[in-house]
Design a binder for this molecule. Structure first.
Ligand code: SF4
Length: 293
């Protein structure tokens, strides 16, 4: 059983001197006695390849959504980066372009890895791959970082929720940011304690975020929330790596997120009956999509 008490889990990791990724891999092995570590890693490598494709496609060519509502932002932003005008540094600017690309690939009904969900699919890959690119990390190191992200997602999913319909966007983009933040910490050589602090800070930053997709489509505001969620992950990892800690421990932040989600009205949990979905523009865009079909 995966230890869901984060305080106990941290003691176990520190006592055994293992990383979150190692613990997560051990857990996977314990679930299926017929599978080998090599097979598990190969499975994650396949996901990594999909992540690489989906995070780069929109940077190289304009991608439009099936609904016609959104698209081409990753391409537009990549051209802007190339012009040298971006005010963000390399890691953050490319991470945002990657996250936009992945979300646009999702909205165009092409292949992504739902990590933890399709709506938040850009955050974990963009956070990890942009950092890995900057610091020349190997595929093996990236795969381990993905297992770290998986471990964090497993805790949130078991203790709370990863679903916008259940917990609002905080449960999707917030969880993805927490997963990405912890993964970067491990990728950069930080400790499990630092990784949990990074995850806690990232999730705290987005508590209360509602799920209010225009026309019920995973496009507005989802695509840009992937860019901001990625920045959240990177900045929180950086804070934690510097020694900054979350005053509220990760496990308690997850509990708080779940409580907040349960207190959200149904209008703000993926029903498209509240928030941005019912603004005058949101309603007009919905009509446009309906008339198109
Ligand atoms: S707004 Fe809702 S559908 Fe969109 S990414 Fe957030 S949780 Fe998912």
């Amino acid at each position: 059983m995966f230890e869901l008490n984060v305080e106990k889990l941290l003691i176990e990791l520190e006592t055994d001197q293992i990383s979150i990724s190692q613990y997560t891999k051990n857990h996977e092995l314990s679930l299926n006695k017929d599978i080998t570590l090599d097979e598990i890693r190969k499975g994650m490598f396949k996901s990594l390849e999909v992540m690489r494709d989906s995070t780069s496609k929109g940077m190289n060519e304009p991608i439009n959504s099936v609904s016609g509502l959104t698209g081409s932002d990753s391409y537009k932003y990549t051209e802007y980066i190339k012009s040298g005008k971006s005010i963000c540094g390399d890691v953050v600017s490319f991470a945002m372009a990657m996250a936009l690309s992945c979300s646009e690939v999702n909205a165009s009904m092409n292949r992504i890895v739902a990590c933890p969900t399709a709506g938040s699919c850009g955050i974990v890959p963009a956070a990890i791959l942009s950092t890995a690119k900057k610091y020349n990390k190997t595929d093996d190191e990236i795969i381990d970082a993905l297992f770290t992200a998986g471990g964090i997602g497993l805790i949130i999913g078991a203790k709370a929720s990863l679903s916008g319909a259940e917990g609002g966007c905080q449960a999707e983009c917030g969880s993805a940011a927490a997963m990405g933040a912890a993964a970067i910490v491990e990728l950069m050589g930080g400790t499990p304690k630092m990784a949990f602090h990074a995850a806690a800070i990232a999730l705290k930053n987005i508590l209360g975020l509602v799920c209010d997709p225009v026309a019920g489509l995973v496009e507005i505001p989802c695509i840009k929330r992937n860019a901001s969620g990625t920045v959240n992950a990177i900045t929180c990892a950086d804070l934690a790596l510097s020694g900054v800690e979350s005053y509220i421990p990760f496990g308690e932040v997850v509990d708080a997120m779940y409580d907040i989600g349960k207190n959200m009205s149904v209008e703000l949990r993926e029903t498209a009956l509240g928030g941005l979905a019912v603004t005058p523009t949101g309603i007009a865009l919905k009509k446009k999509v309906l008339n198109k079909n």
